[in-house]
Design a protein around this ligand. Sequence first.
Ligand SMILES: Nc1ncnc2c1ncn2[C@@H]1O[C@H](COP(=O)(O)OP(=O)(O)OP(=O)(O)O)[C@@H](O)[C@H]1O
Length: 255
Amino acid sequence: MQQGTADDYIIEASGLSRYFYGFAAVKDVDLKVRRNTIHALIGPNGAGKTTTFNLITKFLQPSEGTIRYNGEDITALKPEEVARKGIVRSFQISAVFPRMSVRENVRMALQRPTGTSYRFWQSERTLGVLNDRIDELLDAVGMLSYRNHVAVNLPYGRKRALEIATTLALDPEMLLLDEPTSGMGHEDVDRIAELIRKVASDRTVLMVEHNLSVVSALSDTITVLAQGRVLAEGNYETVSRDPRVVEAYIGGADD
Ligand SMILES: Nc1ncnc2c1ncn2[C@@H]1O[C@H](COP(=O)(O)OP(=O)(O)OP(=O)(O)O)[C@@H](O)[C@H]1O
């Protein structure tokens, strides 16, 4: 078990609130994410999980509170500045270019101008290195044998794996995954869960996930949100036994 010094935390958000026309979607949330761990955000529908994600990646500006990343105050930064610092959110599936091959999708991701290595990968002379890196990323997500497939023809679970490969192309220090297993059958869920564990071996993962067996299998720490506030935090055993958590899930039984 690691010690709880400030340096252990890659993200320290304090007093985060976000209002929409006076309604608090997120209210006074303190969230500390320990470096090189998998941290899950869970909670019933409308709990504020996506809003919290958007606040951390700066897609939304907090109404109140501060966010520190590696000790640096990033509250006022723009999304692309946050991404350049190493916080990268998995792209939505629609961000995969459907008519392009799997390899071309990863190539596009490697050459994306938001990446810190943009100029390097742009050079024609680095083409061989680029091809090696594409294969390395595809291998990392178990997609090497699909490299010449057109993205649109991939099964759903493989599309999500491709999406993770394109995210890893930016070599994020911190990866935010928004419902990585949503809409998947058992087999794909297991494969993606294994992939998350693998990519988390040398980076920090913060994920919003509805599948509680995935959450329990992967997460070092779980923060439970309800009605925009932190309801409980701890490992799976702790939060799943917390009566307030049980109540929140029963109360939000449509989840
Ligand atoms: N842009 C917006 N304008 C107005 N209200 C919003 C906006 N975004 C979110 N909300 C409201 O804030 C609350 C929290 O929403 P959020 O999407 O963060 O919840 P969530 O936990 O991600 O839910 P789900 O599990 O259903 O995706 C909800 O009541 C939602 O309707």
